[in-house]
Design a binder for this molecule. Structure first.
Ligand code: 6PG
Length: 239
C-alpha cells in the first residue's frame, strides 16, 4: 500500500521529500557505512536537490549517488541528468568524487550499461538477487513513464536486467535506465510529482492502477508519492 503525501506546491513537496530522505539516511548510517541514493532527472527534482544541498547534517562522504536513468548525451549539455544534478546539487556540496556514480551518456550505450551494472554491483548490496538501493527518487512523465521506462516499450517494463538501454519513443533518444526489478527492490522508493498536467495520469496510476502506465508497475513496501495540490486534484484521497 503506497502512501500519498500532498503539499501545496513543489517547494513544500520537495522539503517533505528531502526530510524523508534525511530520515532514511539517519537510520541507514546507524548500521551501514554508506547510504545508496539513486536520483532521477527532469525538472521536478531541482528544488529537492537545492533543499538537500542546504542540509548541513548530511555527511556526503557517507552517501553514494547513482542515477535512475540518463540520456545518452554528453554530461555538459542541458539534456544531461548529471548536468542538472551537478548544477542543483553536486557543485554545492562536499562529496568525494568516488561517491558519484555517473552514467556515461557520452559513451556507447550497450557498453556503458554493462559498465554501470558492474559499478552498481560493486557498490550496492545485493538482496533478492538484485542490488538493493537504500533510497530511489522517481519522477513521472505526462505519459506515465518513470525512469526511462516508456509505455510503448513493453519488454522494458518486464526486463529482468539490473539496468538496460531504452529509447524515448518521441525522439528515438537512447537512454540508460534502472529496471523496475531494481527499483522495486529498493528499501525506499518515492515519487516526486507536481503540476496539473500530471493529474490525469496520476489518477490512473494511483486510483485505477492502470497498467498502461509504467509508473503503475512501481511496487514497493515503502512506496510514497510526494505530490503537490495541482497534481493531486483528481485523486480520491482518503483523509
Ligand atoms: C528523465 C527522468 C524522467 C523524469 C520524468 C519527469 O530522464 O527525464 O528521469 O523519468 O523523472 O520524465 O520529468 P519532469 O520532472 O521534468 O516532469
Amino acid at each position: 500500500m503506497s502512501k500519498v503525501i500532498v503539499c501545496e506546491n513543489i517547494i513544500d513537496t520537495s522539503e517533505k521529500l528531502a526530510q524523508d530522505i534525511y530520515e532514511s539516511y539517519l537510520k541507514t548510517i546507524q548500521n551501514s557505512n554508506f547510504f545508496t541514493l539513486a536520483l532521477s532527472g527532469g525538472n521536478s527534482p531541482k528544488n529537492l536537490f537545492s533543499v538537500l544541498s542546504e542540509n548541513k547534517n548530511l555527511d556526503w562522504a557517507k552517501i553514494k549517488i547513482f542515477w535512475v536513468d540518463e540520456r545518452c548525451v554528453k554530461p555538459d549539455t542541458e539534456e544531461s541528468n548529471y548536468f542538472m544534478t551537478y548544477e542543483y546539487l553536486l557543485k554545492h556540496i562536499e562529496i568525494p568524487d568516488c561517491n558519484i556514480f555517473r552514467i556515461k551518456g557520452e559513451d556507447n550505450a550497450q557498453e556503458e550499461v554493462k559498465r554501470y551494472i558492474e559499478s552498481i554491483k560493486d557498490n550496492v548490496p545485493i538482496k533478492n538477487n538484485y542490488p538493493q538501493f537504500d533510497y530511489i527518487v522517481l519522477g513521472m512523465g505526462n505519459d506515465g513513464h518513470t525512469a526511462s521506462i516508456f509505455p510503448s516499450n513493453k519488454e522494458d517494463i518486464n526486463s529482468d536486467k539490473i539496468a538496460l538501454v531504452a529509447m524515448k519513443p518521441e525522439n528515438a533518444q537512447l537512454r540508460i535506465t534502472l529496471s523496475l526489478k531494481t527499483i522495486n527492490n529498493a528499501l525506499d522508493v518515492s515519487f516526486l510529482i507536481s503540476g496539473k498536467d500530471k493529474s490525469e495520469v496520476l489518477k490512473e496510476v494511483i486510483d485505477n492502477k492502470n497498467k498502461i502506465y509504467p509508473s503503475t508497475f512501481v511496487e514497493n513496501k515503502n512506496l510514497k508519492f510526494f505530490i503537490d495540490s495541482k497534481a493531486s486534484q483528481l485523486l480520491k484521497l482518503q483523509f
